[in-house]
Design a protein around this ligand. Sequence first.
Ligand code: LLP
Length: 421
Amino acid sequence: MDHFDYQNGELFAEEVPLARIAETVGTPFYCYSTATLERHYKIFSEAFDDKEATVCFAVKANGNIAVLKTLGNLGAGADVVSMGELKRALAAGIPTDKIVFSGVGKTAEELAFAVEKEIFQINVESAPELETLSAVASSLGKEQAIAIRINPDVDAKTHTKIATGKSENKFGIEWDKAPEIFAKAAALPGIKVAGVAVHIGSQILDLKPFGEAFARMGDIIAALRVDGHDISRLDLGGGLGIPYEADQLSSPEDYATVVKETTAGLDCHLIFEPGRMIAGNAGVLVSKVVYVKEGETRDFAIVDAAMNDLVRPSMYEAHHDIIPVKQPAGGANIRPMDVVGPICETGDTFAKQRPLPPLESDDLVAFRSAGAYGAVMSSTYNARPLIPEVLVKGNAFSIIRKRVEVEEQMANERVPDWLKG
Ligand code: LLP
């Protein structure tokens, strides 16, 4: 459930009409709902109230400082995958003892920054990374708590570009090599082996792969303990999917049941890294129809948002519901339309043959489920601005990222001397 509903014939974010925000900030823009962010965070974290657990929001899903602060105020930690994300989490006031650093390619510089900040855990994904971290931490005179990410070789049954748990994927250590890498880690200075980590992919709606992967972690932990390792933490990653379409179901409660069944008796501090489940349906992208073009074979609604603003449809063939901001009259003539952006390539298509009520120039539409992997993946392709992000709370709204205009982008560019004059 989210807080984007029709009231008196128009779409609101909580108590604010989206049309009013559009008048103030212009289009396109992202709009997030505080009540929805809070609701989703609480549903997830309360499902583990009876466990020793830390919920680290995956900053990659939505790294806006105001969003991170909103979640941080409820007790959320952060899962970061770059020095940039770590700086964002720190800027939002997320306590360092709730920050986990994941990712396959952390550089020595990034690791040093994280070690100096004394973050809760670094999830190591390879033997060379282990060596680099050991050297970095030792030279700083620190001991860094780590988990080692294990690749469970489980098919998450999601889009291939966002599946991470198969042995052919680049992530983690092959599960049967765990004893070897843990033995190596135990012998290295500057690191303290604390746990095991796993993350099998994203937008996962079938809970079975989670169950398989988590059960495998249980087996691995048991074996590692026999080898004498003190394994006190189990990081289960993120990945729980959300309903982008009406017939999709996602249940944090059922996910929690799978977690509890598969980790019962392990006596581990559980760590979670949910991103999409918390932020996805807490945001919409609002755009304006520029033209409606009626073609020979199909009709196009050309909107002022484009693939640079929301890349998911063109990158993953992702579905986002598109609804008019002005509520369509009952019995409106629904017809199929292609919804496209203004960018000069066919990939700039949000939806093909989508049943939509009549639209005309200047109508506002909202792309739902755009709060995760929306703004963070945007670019300035076609010299377009980075669009604003707005946060609503009750009847108030605030611009939490201003539009970054092309003049500001060009200000970072330099013309070499030989081209001057
Ligand atoms: N932890 C790790 C180590 C991850 O790699 C990810 C996502 C997460 C947590 C959060 O997963 P979530 O709970 O959000 O599913 N850009 C893609 C999604 C990429 C996800 C990458 N890793 C999209 O727009 O669908």
